[in-house]
Design a protein around this ligand. Structure first.
Ligand SMILES: O=C(O)CCC(=O)C(=O)O
Ligand SMILES: [Fe+2]
Length: 324
């Protein structure tokens, strides 16, 4: 399979440079989202020791016996928190009717940055490995900070004042989804994938992937699936539906999926991803940005409340919530 040529954007001149440097980075960032909907960022400022430590701790969690992990599965059939075993989710269902379950298991935290907020449903924190909870709390702080940088960059790239999104992101939404794609001892069923084709629902997704076989694939403008590839110590950032709506499709929410590893491979093909779905506050209204519509490009979407849009998509993706 051919590789998708993703733009690699160095954020360091944005974080540390002068105005001209910031504008340059923003231009590259925006161009990537206008063409492929994906950008690879380096120089992002997130410490590699933390990323590596979290990767190891999450790996250790998924290596625990099934019964230990299943103790963290929530009673409700939604995928907002806790341990979600293989078989619970079928993400391609958000696009088309019945599809076999995705070949992944996940550990999910919703809004871990506002755990103590009144009315928030508590996340489910695994006791083992003991270092995991602290690492996730540190990661949460990094993801919120990185989201702030990405939204400043987004505003500049969209010809808006740098703080345009500050209000909507004062108390942002955040879902952390740690995903393990196990070795496939039996062949997948027809149409079954590690993670089926889908759009992300939020504004920007931040993904740390590893280089195991059976990786991220992106559908290009001609409808051809291409491999995303892996750049060491980077994050893949992609545009979700809310950002596409905000930008009137100037930025593209692109179909992607996680493919199965070749059956001929020997040795482990296990793959681990650290995903952060970022977005504005649930109460924020997402309506066409002033710089994204004109006489030739009238607004394509009705304004939506961010939280309502996400909730509808999450409901549709649950394998067990049949009849939708
Ligand atoms: O694991 C990956 O590379 C991508 C996962 C993904 O697309 C998602 O969680 O929405
Ligand atoms: Fe995705």
């Amino acid at each position: 399979m051919a590789a998708m040529k993703l733009a690699i954007v160095d954020l360091e001149p944005f974080r540390l440079g002068d105005e001209a440097a910031r504008k340059r980075v923003a231009r590259a960032f925006g161009e990537a989202f206008e063409t492929t909907g994906f950008a690879v960022i380096v120089g992002h400022g997130v410490p590699e020791t933390l990323a590596g430590g979290l990767y190891e701790a999450v790996t250790d969690f998924f290596l625990e016996p099934y019964d230990t992990k299943a103790a963290y599965t929530p009673p409700e059939q939604t995928k907002g928190r806790g341990y979600l075993p293989v078989g619970i989710e079928s993400v391609a269902k958000t696009l088309s009717g019945e599809t076999p379950p995705d070949l992944c298991e996940a550990l999910v935290f919703t809004a871990p940055h506002r755990e103590n907020a009144a009315g928030a449903r508590p996340n489910i924190w695994p006791a083992e490995p003991a270092r995991l909870a602290g690492l996730i709390r540190d990661w949460t702080r990094e993801m919120v900070a990185l989201t702030g940088h990405l939204m400043q960059l987004s505003a500049l790239a969209l010809d808006l004042p740098e703080d345009h999104f500050a209000q909507a992101y004062r108390d942002p939404s955040l879902v952390l989804r740690f995903v393990n794609y196990p070795d496939q001892e039996t062949p997948p069923r027809p149409g079954q994938m590690r993670y089926g084709e889908h759009h992300d629902y939020g504004a920007l997704t931040i993904l740390r992937q590893d280089s195991a076989p059976g990786g991220l694939e992106i559908k290009d403008r001609d409808g051809v699936w291409k491999e995303a590839g892996v750049v060491p110590d980077s994050f893949v950032i992609n545009v979700g539906d809310l950002m596409a709506r905000w930008t009137n499709n100037r930025w593209r929410s692109t179909l992607h999926r996680v493919s199965n590893p070749d059956r001929g491979l020997t040795g482990s093909t296990r793959r681990l991803s650290l995903v952060a779905f970022t977005g504005p506050n649930e109460h924020a209204e997402v309506a066409c940005l002033p710089s994204c519509a004109d006489a030739e490009h009238p607004a394509l979407f009705e304004p939506v409340k961010a939280g309502d849009y996400i909730r509808a998509k999450l409901d549709a993706s649950m394998q067990l919530s049949t009849g939708r």
